[in-house]
Structure formats: C-alpha cells, structure tokens
Design a protein. Sequence first.
Length: 615
Amino acid sequence: MDKIKERAEQILKNVFGYDTFRPLQLEIIRNVLSKKDTMAIMPTGGGKSMCYQIPALMFPGITIVVSPLISLMQDQVSSLVENGIQAVYLNSSLEWTDYLDSVKELKKGNIKLVYVSPEGLSTGRMQSILHDCSVPVSCITIDEAHCVSEWGHDFRPDYMNIAAVRAQFPEAVCLALTATATVHVRQDIIRNLRLKAPVLFTASFNRENIFLEVKQKKNPLNQIIECLEKHKDESGIIYCFSRKQVDQVYESLGTLGYSVLNYHAGLSDSERAKNQDLFIKDKVRIMVATVAFGMGINKPNVRFVIHHDLPKSLEEYYQEIGRAGRDGLESHALLLYSPGDIHKIRFFFQEAADPEKSEMLLQGMLNYAKSRTCRRSQLLKYFGETFDPSGEKSDVCCDICSSDSIPENDLTIPAQKFMSCMVRLQQRYGAAYIIDVLMGSRQKRILENNHNQLSTWGIGKDLDKEQWFELSELLIERGYILKTGEYNILMLTNYGKNVLVNREKIMLPMNITAGRILNMPKPQKPLFALHKKGAFAKTLSGKDLELYNRIKEWRLKQAEEQNVPPYIIFGDKTLEELVEKHPVTERELLGIFGIGQAKAEKIGSQLLRLISDNS
C-alpha cells in the first residue's frame, strides 16, 4: 500500500471515524497532495469537505477554505474542532477579542484550516495575516466554486478576486469544489480562478437516496400538507418563488400547528440569522423560503425538499434538492408544477442579462417537469450522465418508475388533429395558439388572422386545454414535433411529416376513456416505503427504542450546552449504529460510523455508560 493512501485512510478512520472513502475522494486527495490544481464536481452530500480536510492535515502549512456563508463556516469549524482538528473562521461574526486570538494562533502556525469569505479573503488585512504566518499557505480551496461563473445560479462577483489573491501564494495548490457545473460553468471556473492545467474529477450526480416526484399543482397547500404528513416530525425545506408566497405558506402552516419558520430577503439580517439557527439546531422542523436560503447549509438530516413553484433551471433545482439526505438516508424531493409558473419566470427574463440563456435553462427544467420517462434519467442526462432505471429499485427512484406504467394507446386521431392544425397554421405558432384554434376560440388575434376559417378550427373540443398541452408535450418527446426559437414555435420533424402524410398509427402512453385523454398516471404502487417518519425508530421496541430516545435526548442536551446543532455531536447514522451494535468497550465504540479517536475520548465514556445503564 502506498504511503499517501495509508496515511489518508488512517486519518479517515482515526479522526473522522469512517471506514472507507466515498467515490473519487481518495483520487482527489492524492491529486491535491501532489500539488496539482484540481476541480472536483461532486453532488451535495458526496463528501467534498473530506477532499481538502484530509490533505490539510497532511500538508505542512495552512489550508485556506473560501466559503460563501458565515453559517457554513461555523458549522464546518465546529465539526472539525469536535474531531480534534485545529481550525478557525475569520469573519465579522466574531467578537474582536476572539478574532485576535484566532489570528494569534494562526500566525504561530497552530492552525491547519482557516475559513474565510471571498469578500474577506480579498482584504489587505487578511492577506497581511496570511503572509505573516510562521508556516506557508499550502492549499487554497474554493467551495461552491460555481459562484465564480455568471452561468452559475449563485454568481458572486467577489469570487472573481480569488485568482489575484492566489497569485500571491504561487506555491499553494488550488482546489475548486462544486455540486453543479455544466460545461459553461466548468470553463468559467477554470478561467476565472486561473487554474493551472487542472485535473477534473466528476463524480456521479446520482443521489440515489432521494426519491424524485413531480405533481401537477392543483391545491398546493393541501399537496404540501399531504407530503408533510408523510414526514411527520422530520426536517424539511419548502421553496417558493416569491416573498409573498413564502409568507402565505408559512402563516398557513403555522396556523395549522406545524413547527415552521420563514426566510427571505424581506426579513432583517437578525431575523434571517435567528430563523436559520433555529432550523439548523432542530428547534424548528420546517423552513419556508425563497432561493435566498440554503446555499452551504450543512444540515444532514433534511428529509424532504418541496418546491411550491418551478425553479428557473435544473442547476438550481438540483442544488436545492441536494440539501435533502446529506447523511445518505432516504429522502424526498417533491416539485409542484403548473404552466402558470412559466409565465412568472419569463416575466423576469426582461431584466436578465441574457434572456436567450435564461430561456434555454428554463427549457431544461420544463423537460424534466413534463417528462413521462424516469426523472432520474432525465436529470442525469442533463448533466451528461447516463442512467438505467431498470437496475434501480422502483420505489426509491421516482414517481414515474414507481407508478404502474401507462399502456401504449391509439391516439392517432387527436395527434393528427394537432399536427394538421400546425400545418394549416403554416408552423408559425406555439402550442397555446394551436390549441386555441383547435378549441374554437374567438380571440381577437384568431379572428383578425381569419384562423376561424380554417378546417381545423374548433375540431378539438372533445379535449380540454390541459389535455391538449399534455398531448403536445408527448408528441415532442416522441420526436413527431419540435420547439424552435425564442417563442417555442412548433414544427413537424421529418419523421412527423411522414407519419402524418402516410396516416400511420400513432401509439402513445396515454389513457383514453369515453373519448377523453386521462393525463394522470394509473394508481401508483405504495410510495414512500423508505420515506416514512422515523423509519429506523419504527423498527425498534422495548429497550432498543428506549436507548434510541435516551441517546437522542443526550445528544440534544450536549448540543444545547455547546450551542451547536445536534448533528455536530454526531449524525443520525451514528445514532442508529449505536443502537444496533450496542458497543460496550472503547474499541467497539471506535467501530461506530462517525466516531474517531478525538470524539471517542471526548464523549465515549458517557455513551458507553448510557448503553450500559440501558442493558
């Protein structure tokens, strides 16, 4: 075994309490330790922090971690200190005396990791501190590196200054980390951070522990409540498009007795900080928020993420659902979608720097929301990854895979009506206009264009608008027609033209009853088998259940005394293993997931006593 691998595995086990590396972690660590600039694209919960924390303990000097949020820095440093690692953060949240104490330790060379914001890094004071240290800067890590790209959904101008600071420490290796990065974003990261011939590592984007579900938005509050009841007493986030919508959902849920808070830019800084702190520390279960909330949230036990409205892009959506299930346990992502969401998003395109790019990103999101095939496949395909749903358990993949499949039915007549109307309209209009003609609308525009004189005007009254939209999307998905241009004009493909001219049969996975298309899937198989409240706790009884509750209460008390979130003490996965394995010696305790040497020395005797007293 080579020395780097052996030493890295020792740190992984002894310091962090983990037995094995996650995919690509060791390869990234090896590359960073070889002083080669590195870019790593790994999903949220994929273990990005280990890729710089282990090298930091092996490098002779300091590792700077550029992080976008104070709360994330605090979480990371609290967790590192809990594991016996010397780490500090330097930002405006520190009392001046604490700041000076941290700087003193840093200059002495006693600190291995220092967390700073991109704004803080570029100040002359911070650069002076780093130059005055008794040990060199060995590594500069940029977390949430997509913030350096205008193609990224969280663009932060201050990230553009990182390259200039890095130039002051030419011997330091650079590691850029992000959970989402399309080709455009990757190119921007490399260029704007001035990475030197970086080695790119891309982990799978497949978060297989997250169940993906999309529902047509009908009564969103009732649909949200239905989801909350499936996740009773569990932590989750509900994202809304606007501040007004956030407050409405928050007030409605609060009135119904749910443990809930709100978060948006309309609140004061102190209100936002307080609400986020209560959520992170499990004092409040549900956070209703705009997209201003969540980047860098390190809370591992978020069990569900609900989108009340359609996100603007798949990158944004993926980043947000990635806040669920960071601990690897089963979680749930529910998206409520309606065509009205599209108009709200497009309204803001007028203010966008690049409306065409915004439209392209929205189309990717729409393709996912309207898909009738495996959602995981659609999502991963967008990020350049292939996925075969046949190898996945259907009840933990997505709503499409867990539903009874809709049989292929003969939809030749309605499909011919739609495509013939497109031809009569000279393929110059989008779906909404085509459908209005089919349904015999007397809108001013249609009458002025004399399209009420067409043979296809009014021949589609047997279906409603929603059903025609569903049919048009399925025709696009099957390659009969395609959307073109900024206004999504529909045109026949060559394949579609041949099928229409030759009057070929058109079979589509939609049900027809009494001449009407039923666009809802067939009754589903039981969902959420692995997503119910307290799945592990429900398997317990007697003394095991008593032990589970006692350890959980002890963890909460410890967290309150230290003023940290409970997961900083240890996560739910550690809690479950303690109950399952009943360790009675320190050696056995060190075999528990997430308990390393420092943590065992700090809290091991108390845990062993709890287990012994419960026997």
